[in-house]
Design a protein around this ligand. Structure first.
Ligand SMILES: [Zn+2]
Length: 114
């Protein structure tokens, strides 16, 4: 079904749905052009997602979203982090390889926006 939401809103909505499921409470969810990463998370609770993620597969979107949301609880990529990833995104290890492919924005060599 075609969504009437803009892709960036769709990403935010998806992130909020996951936040409820994971019982975490991000303070701000931002979608913006990113050059080196698909997502980031600050200790203050700001989740930033690359706008290019809107064009990625839903499974990869979930992988990036869940990865960043888990960081609200678990700051490192240790055993607990990996266990939670396996619980919510089965097969995430395969997607982890894809994570190292930079967002398309960087390939277009767009200037980094603050
Ligand atoms: Zn991480």
């Amino acid at each position: 079904m075609q969504s009437s939401l803009y892709p960036e809103q769709e990403l935010k909505r998806r992130t909020l749905a996951w936040a409820v499921r994971l019982r975490v409470n991000p303070r701000v969810i931002r979608v913006q052009a990113m050059t080196r990463k698909w997502g980031s998370c600050t200790s203050a609770g700001t989740i930033t997602l690359a706008s290019d993620l809107a064009e990625a597969s839903p499974k990869f979107q979930d992988f990036v979203i869940v990865h960043e949301l888990i960081h609200l609880r678990v700051p490192t990529h240790g055993r607990l982090f990996k266990a939670l990833m396996s619980l919510y995104v089965p097969g995430w290890r395969k997607l982890d390889i894809q994570r190292h492919t930079a967002p398309r924005s960087s390939r277009r060599r767009q200037p980094v926006r603050a």
